[in-house]
Ligand binder design. Sequence first.
Ligand code: FES
Length: 616
Amino acid sequence: MAAYTVTFCPSGKSASVAPETTVLEAAAAAGVPLHAPCGGQGRCGKCAVQIAAGVDEVSPAEAAVFSSGELAEGWRLACQARVLGDAEVTVPASSLVAEHRILVDGVGREIVAQPNVRKVALRLPAPTVDDQRADLDRVLDALGGEVLPPRHLAVLQSLPEVLRSSEYKVTAVVAGESLLGLEAGDSSDSAYGMAIDIGTTTVVAYLCHLPTGRVLAVVSELNPQGQYGEDVISRLQLAASGEEGMSRLTGAAAEVVNKLIARAARDAGVPAEEIYEVAVVGNTCMTHLLLGVPPLGLGAVPFLPSFRDARTVRAADLGIAINPEGLLFVVPNIGGFVGADTVGVMLAGELDRAAGVILAVDIGTNGEIAVARDGELYACSTAAGPAFEGARISCGMRAAAGAIDELTIDHDVRYHVLGEVAPLGLCGSGLVDAVAELVKAGVVTEAGRMRRAEEVSDLPEKVKRRLVENEGGIEFVLAWPGETDGERAVCLTAGDIRQAQLAKGAIYAGMTLMLAEVGAGPGEMDRLLLAGAFGNYIRPESAIAIGLIPAPAHDRVESVGNAAGVGARLALLSVAERRRAEEIARRTKHVELAELEGFYDQFADAMILRPLPAES
Ligand code: FES
């Protein structure tokens, strides 16, 4: 079959692809990471590129996104345009997935390292006529007689040679109750593990020294499943489409895990074969996909996972490149869309043992909320949508270089841009600031309506000029084209305000209803833990001003960073913490918010843009 070369500018990267391949697929093959929030369905318009020739006719989806002038300039959607010849594709910065700022630190707490995998140095007596024990019995006896034989034949096969070549000075690798391997000499200090938080958008991994719990390397990557759609729903649809879809998603999960393991091992100067265990947290969909279990039950009411309990599998069976006998432990799920990552947050925040009323909110691509009152535990997921991750916002982007992450309005708009570069868009914390400041300035009403310039006559002139009207409606310009890279202004539209209201309404309603489950109101909350990158960077005063978090929480907010990742580390480094995670998952009552009485009323009420509950 003929193959065509597709070259991407300005990077110069290229790929050789078959006819009819989409430009989005060609970009993935060339290693050019394009935005594809809608999963390539031609709806979001975020994969816009310019192509002069070598592709098919404009599709109806593209005609709906671009004006006739833009089409004449060669603008196309990479997910729709199909390659019919050699092509040169120009990719604007706004269509590229920028290098990601990922939160990798988290709430730390002191634990005693007591990992599942431990190494024991042994000096065994050599066989004599008076001591005719078999090789394996010799090893197991030295371990106190309580360790079970290896499950894998390969370990037994290597045993005679290891014992004799090392003159019976060996190190036993023990996982739980079983012998995992035998190494020549004393390698008892060379034992490592990985704790991994697989998020829908990002994957963060920690390489730890098992005997001491020290973190030797922290690495992160975007989840490559993002090329199949940025939200969980798109991944569920692909997984349900058949074996090929499932194998792509599982392959992408293994690929990113292996990449992180290799990078962390290299950074820390540790051989990957000395990594014996990987502990994983992630939302329910992510852990299913990693294990290759089709999450079919999650795709439809009543949204059931295929497994809930913790799982331990051989890492090699999933293609994970650590010690060939190494294990992979997955922290348990709570149910539905409340996964192992929520258990990780609850474990890190010690919700199971906290006194008083404590609420933990993890706002990422999905939002999860857990509440505890003196050991009583509840958790839910919210239908908040990914607005605070920048998706479904016209100039939205993730918290990467070029994102406006802080914004204030006085005589004019002032903002801070991540990476100290020209602004490309707006991330979640910038969105919350922008909405709060526009409400404060009177540009947006508490009901979410954007006023026209003539309705806000008392505004400073420079601010008023930013209210512009075009065929799409009213927009507020946060950064003019001269301030950006010159292509487009960064604006906030009436539709964006609506998306922010929907997201914050869902989160706020979720918080108040979860508090009600333990018989508490917002004023009775003792601590509010905000987990995840967004939770770490939002300004609490802006979040309170628009009613995203309850007003009485102002002095009780604690940003706990990547608490899910801390939970994974705890499960890796301590068997007691692992058991505790299992107990948390068992004890936590899974709440379906939409089934709670009054949910829709609460949701509608919470869409108002002012401090909540109403200040008296
Ligand atoms: S329009 Fe192409 S990925 Fe959404």
